[in-house]
Design a protein around this ligand. Sequence first.
Ligand code: ATP
Ligand code: MG
Length: 257
Amino acid sequence: MTLIKIPKNHPRAKSLKVRETISQAFSDGIVVSSGLIAHGRGEAFDYILGEKTLPVTLTAIKAAVVELLLSRSVISVNGNVAALQCKNIITLANLTNSQIEINLFHRTEHRIQKIHELFMKYTDKNILGTEKKYLVKIPELKSLRRFADKRGIIKSDVVFIPLEDGDRAESLVNLGKRVLTVDLNPLSRTSQMSNITIVDNVMRAIPIMISECRKMQQLSINDLKKILSDFDNENQLNLILDHISTRLISLSKQIID
Ligand code: ATP
Ligand code: MG
């Protein structure tokens, strides 16, 4: 695939560059066609949010980092996350002592291998979800995403699932896991089901998680626990919806005036 050169001063340059990255990953067999559609849905919500990390989202980001730091945690990655944030996921996993597990809705051995190879370019960390002998089925799930690694998700207390489908988020909650997500749609089932929802683009959220994690290294366990106990996901989602409503009303006034 030939990449189109996007002029730096193009008003949508950032978003178009990400689109190019994900299209390239589609050509490379890392992302599937429905991943491209999911990306488009995310873009639409990002437009509505204002394509910025909201100040209120920082509270969810901090709480999610604390969860990763204090528990047996796994970062679950799919094709889109691998394409967009592979290196940063490795950094975050190293900083929080989390495992990385590949989990695909459209699972083929070929895709698993492609994503595995991508991670192995940047780390010699053991990437889970890649060896059949360690995979078990999460009973209530029908899709191929029900496979989880005995050494990773199955054993973990906390699972971080950026850009996840609602069914899987729900089944992980039902299995008693604490579930963290990044999802631009505050109304998705994943956002609603998770214990901590970061309503932001993974492109912005993961780098901020890394910098927050570095800052938190000076904090005591009690300070970390306080960040977590102060966090309320329902309130968080309500604040995001408030922001969206206020923003849309103010934009509509600008258009009318
Ligand atoms: P659900 O199953 O949770 O109700 P859905 O069916 O609408 O959600 P899926 O395709 O299952 O959506 O999951 C993709 C989710 O990821 C969407 O909610 C989309 O907004 C979000 N998304 C896509 N790209 C990004 C991105 N770059 N950053 C954050 N979120 C994203
Ligand atoms: Mg879905």
